[in-house]
Design a protein around this ligand. Structure first.
Ligand code: HMG
Length: 421
């Protein structure tokens, strides 16, 4: 049975800050953020754009763009580490906002940035079971990455959501369901205590943990590929992939990951200034970098970052890649990771309609550093009961889904002007 992606759409905050401007505001050489981290812009959310709003917007865009009947969706799974309540889930509100059937399995997954990939794996297994009977699974990754003003992680913040519909009628990619590779190991590389809106991170250590998890997941993937009987050799296995996509906390991390992948297959590390390293960097420029434009202009979307790159790939994919495989690597701090592959389906780019993500990026409003700081400060108070920072007119928002704050200890949203709670 073929299981894959039938639709994908994204949603981002309406404001952004230029990354060089942020560097100047912090008294840092802008080249550190642009060349050292590979970033260009960073999405900035207002208090009225929480993880529910971003997810619901992405879900609505997907249903409309791919003409999906909400009644055909049997599962709604939201991957997020930007929870809104200790008990009720982001998915519960999104289920209501999308008008999905009451006969739907609805839940949220938290496993740092790995949550949405875990949701996809779960959805794929459900669709492969005999229970699915042609129904569809909607997985939404939604997050607001926040380290705080002046923190080392500040230029790697961002926000957004990606909605993905998987079914037995894929039109974009078909997942390789016979084998995959996952990995987990408890590490304190990045975490967000229950009392904090901002993440704590051991930055350099988190990079090391990411690369170790890539090695673990990729080895397991190759072992499972051999055991499946479909593959007879895993020598230089990466060569089969037309594109290699990674979790992207910032663009340069994906470059480190790709070089690591090639080193694993080569069975050696590539020395500084070596021709091996030069080849690996050129290979990154061919098979990964072209699909990181969106990431470089949004920043980290935690659970959504890998799939933002996938969306970029699908809009820009050339017909030569149809029928070929791509790889997807998800990393979630803490840590959990997974390496999977998928076949690109004929006509995928046509179904995506090229340049729609660039239009969405270009329609955002640019803010200066002091306005960004004002938004960050208001977001810190957005969940206070009876607070008054969630005023859409104050933040110059055009969107149809809005978070309006907490009143009587209940979250209030509006969708197309209608209040829901
Ligand atoms: P830092 O310590 O400020 O930066 O933090 P640095 O000194 O390491 O410099 C960064 C790079 O810029 C270096 O390049 C410098 O050489 C270069 P590298 O050695 O890495 O190749 N550089 C310059 N380049 C040009 N001109 C200059 C210049 N100066 C320096 N003038 C760090 C960087 C990424 C650690 C920080 O931003 C951070 O802590 N970010 C958050 C954590 C993170 O993103 N970790 C990535 C792996 S973990 C992960 O992906 C999971 C995550 O998404 C969370 C989840 O799973 O939920 C984060």
């Amino acid at each position: 049975m073929k299981i894959g992606l039938e639709g994908i759409a994204f949603n981002i905050p309406e404001h952004f800050i230029n990354i060089e401007e942020l560097a100047c505001a912090r008294g840092i050489d802008p080249a550190k953020y642009t060349q050292g981290l590979g970033q260009k812009e960073m999405s900035v959310s207002t208090p009225c754009e929480d993880s529910v709003v971003l997810a619901a917007g992405a879900g609505r865009k997907l249903l409309e763009k791919f003409n999906i009947d909400p009644a055909s969706i049997s599962h709604l799974i939201v991957g997020t580490e930007t929870g809104i309540d200790h008990s009720t889930s982001v998915s519960s509100y999104v289920h209501l906002m999308l008008g999905l059937s009451k006969f739907c399995r609805v839940f949220e997954i938290k496993q740092a940035c790995y949550g949405a990939m875990a949701g996809l794996a779960m959805g794929i297994n459900y669709l492969l079971s005999r229970k699915a009977k042609g129904s569809k699974v909607l997985v939404i990754a939604t997050d607001i990455a926040r380290y705080g003003i002046g923190a080392a992680g500040e230029p790697t913040q961002g926000a957004g959501a990606v909605a993905m519909l998987i079914s037995d009628q894929p039109s974009l990619i078909e997942f390789e369901t016979q084998y995959d590779g996952y990995y987990a190991h408890h590490v304190m590389d990045f975490w967000r205590p229950i009392y904090s809106k901002e993440a704590f991170v051991d930055g350099r250590y988190s990079i090391q943990c990411y690369l170790e998890a890539l090695e673990g997941a990729y080895h397991f993937y190759k072992k499972n590929a051999l055991q499946s009987g479909l593959v007879h050799s895993v020598d230089n296995f990466n060569k089969q992939f037309a594109a290699c996509l990674y979790h992207v906390p910032y663009v340069k991390m994906a470059q480190k990951a790709h070089i690591k992948l090639l080193e694993i297959d080569a069975g050696r590390t590539f020395g500084k200034n070596s021709t091996y390293l030069e080849h690996a960097q050129n290979d990154f420029n061919q098979r990964t970098l072209p699909f990181l434009e969106l990431n470089s202009r949004i920043g980290n979307v935690y659970t959504g970052s890998l799939f933002i790159s996938l969306l970029n790939f699908l809009e820009d994919v050339k017909p030569e890649a149809y029928g070929k495989h791509i790889s997807l690597f998800s990393y979630g701090s803490g840590c959990g990771a997974e390496f999977v592959s998928a076949k690109v389906l004929e006509g995928a780019a046509h179904r995506m309609k090229r340049d729609s993500f660039r239009k969405a990026l270009d329609s955002r409003k640019r803010v200066k550093a002091n306005r960004y700081e004002e938004m960050m400060d208001a977001c810190a108070r957005m969940d206070d009961n009876g607070g008054n920072v969630c005023q859409p007119e104050k933040w110059d928002l055009q969107r149809s889904e809005l978070y309006l704050g907490v009143k009587g200890h209940k979250r209030i949203y509006s969708i197309d002007g209608k209040i829901i709670q």
